[in-house]
Design a protein around this ligand. Structure first.
Ligand code: BGC
Length: 351
């Protein structure tokens, strides 16, 4: 494997003949560590990866960790012990894999961070994800446009619900959204009646719907029970957006707010179609899987892995070469085209 990594970095110098000799990694085992089966997207990610890797002749060791860090660590230890040749990891907590990945490095097993960057370890070779900062900016811009903040005086009331503080993506989702929203907060056009605006205050442990719901029930009873209008909710993804919508359904009768989301989960589509969630950010997991499989195959065969960003994602040990896929805003107006016509969902799944 060491030879392969060296070959990969010096690819330009390798003759076509030498590449040809290495270009057959069929039958090798690829470990794929996913965080949880609780959320639709990770099931899709895992299935897509498995199918596409198997199509190329790899054996796939796919594991889900029930959102439990210790379980994920021991699954990765087993992958290393079993001789998996490369690891693709969607981490639960970006900072908790340093020790086990030191073992991977020692065993010369390359690691690709999948969707979530793995922090503070030099064992990560590549990162493949959607442009997480752009996800946050897209959500923030949607709120700006929907409330016409450029022209309207406001003030409009906003609340924010993000995800698990251990997930490095949260920094990008929240950071991107705040880059767009903060100037309007500073100008007094947007107001946050709960006062909850720091990363920790707006976090949702485990991205759990019920945790988002109970926090939001408290926000509603403390700040909106007197008839105050809630105009917008920045929800970082669909599982948290669902918690917000559930809390609103039982505890709020005013003008319905704009709610953002991410993933286009099937569970959220009825709300999008009924106007109870204004948008979701679509991240086509098929595209991400295809890119990661290209990366895997390149590493395994000594070719050059696809990357399109070598500046943004520093994991504490240096910038990790990344491939960023493009997220797209989905609303009631384009969901059919984006989700059904593209074959991502069938009409039946959305009923
Ligand atoms: C992913 C989101 C997902 C969230 C919760 C994030 O890291 O990028 O797509 O909704 O985790 O699983």
């Amino acid at each position: 494997m060491k030879k392969r990594i060296l070959a990969m970095t010096a690819v330009a110098a390798i003759s076509a003949l030498a590449l040809g000799a290495m270009a057959n990694a069929e039958g090798e085992t690829i470990g794929v560590a996913m965080p949880t089966q609780d959320l639709q997207r990770w099931n899709q990610d895992g299935e897509n990866m498995k199918a596409q890797l198997e199509e190329k002749g790899y054996v796939v060791d796919l594991q889900y960790a029930g959102n439990d860090v210790a379980t994920q660590v021991s699954q990765i230890e087993n992958m290393i012990a079993n001789g998996d040749q490369l690891l693709v990891i969607a981490s639960i907590e970006g900072d908790s894999l340093g020790t086990v990945l030191a073992q991977a490095k020692e065993a010369e097993i390359p690691v690709i961070a999948y969707d979530r960057l793995i922090m503070n370890t030099d064992a990560v070779s590549y990162y493949a994800t959607f442009d997480n900062y752009l996800v946050g900016k897209t959500q923030g811009q949607f709120i700006v446009d929907a409330l016409d903040l450029e022209n309207a005086d406001g003030p409009f009331n906003l609340e924010m619900v993000t995800g698990d503080p251990g997930d490095n993506n949260v920094n990008f989702f929240f950071g991107g959204a705040m880059e767009v929203l903060q100037p309007y907060i500073d100008a007094g056009k947007l107001v946050v009646p709960s006062g909850q605006m720091t990363k920790d205050e707006v976090a949702t442990a485990g991205w759990a719907t019920d945790a988002a719901q109970s926090r939001f029930e408290n926000i509603l009873s403390s700040n909106y029970a007197d008839g105050t209008t809630l105009h917008a909710v920045l929800a970082s993804n669909d599982s948290t957006a669902l918690g917000v919508a559930n809390a609103l359904a039982a505890n709020y009768t005013g003008e319905y707010p704009i709610i953002t989301g991410q993933d286009c989960d099937i569970a959220n589509m009825p709300n999008i179609i009924d106007g109870k969630q204004a948008m979701s950010v679509f991240k086509d997991t098929r595209t991400l899987a295809t890119k990661v499989v290209e990366m895997v195959d390149a590493i395994m065969t000594g070719a050059e892995a696809p990357v399109n960003d070598t500046e943004t994602y520093d994991n504490g040990t240096g910038v990790i070469p990344s491939y960023l896929c493009e997220p797209v805003a989905v609303t009631i107006d384009n969901y059919k085209e984006m989700l059904v016509d593209s074959g991502y969902y069938t009409e039946d799944q959305l009923q």
